[in-house]
Design a binder for this molecule. Sequence first.
Ligand code: ADP
Ligand code: MG
Length: 262
Amino acid sequence: MLEIQEQETANSAIPQAQDTHPLVELTHVEKHFGHLHVLKDINLTVNKGEVLVVVGPSGSGKSTMCRTINRLETIDSGDIRIDGNPLPQEGKELAALRAEVGMVFQSFNLFANKTILENVTLAPIKVRHMPKDEAENLAMDLLARVGVDSQAEKMPAQLSGGQQQRVAIARALAMKPKVMLFDEPTSALDPEMVNEVLDVMTELAHEGMTMICVTHEMGFARNVADRVVFMADGKILESGTPDEFFEHPKTDRAKDFLSKIL
Ligand code: ADP
Ligand code: MG
């Protein structure tokens, strides 16, 4: 009975609630900085709705890998696809790609001379050609979602680090990205502000956002990740469920890494 049901579901013409096609695909990606080989045969697929957490020692290539996905870094060889499409080289297509792949960095990178509201409306108006009032409505909704709508008229420097990082998340979401990349979004924050940012990320994950998160927050990795990838020396050494990675790491590098941070 169960088998028949599954088959009927699979053959159904009605779109499934859980449509899990690959959104981000890296195949045989190689990258050097001069003589330094920073990405070595990286193969990675992230499906729609999946939350991938990337961990690993400093210098292992985590940031570089993230930056190649929206082409802030070029690659030497291999292939990167977003929703089936190869990364565009330049121009309008590249701007459109950057809109589809939202990125939140360790340093909040807000425009210091623009208000919080302007920070969020700028790209939708410029890149998506959204009318100003529509962009402002969207921005206020997103700022409310991350809990900083009361700060909309302030300048970034008037906000705490945790608030600024939540604005940075709202700003990325304003472009309606298909996938969100987070590169150590809480590493520069005072400890008491870490959770307010992780809470927003957790909520996004539960809403079905596809996410790639580089983080040292192992609680987040355990509780929110669908899959954990461990990188060292430019290679992906392990990829598995949080339980597999934390309870049964396979490589000595991962065991050593975990012994130092847990
Ligand atoms: P992680 O994020 O895991 O700490 P990174 O991707 O930042 O690692 O760095 C991987 C390696 O590449 C490091 O050895 C780093 O020093 C080097 N690297 C990163 N960016 C550059 C760059 N723009 N030029 C030269 N070397 C770089
Ligand atoms: Mg890094």
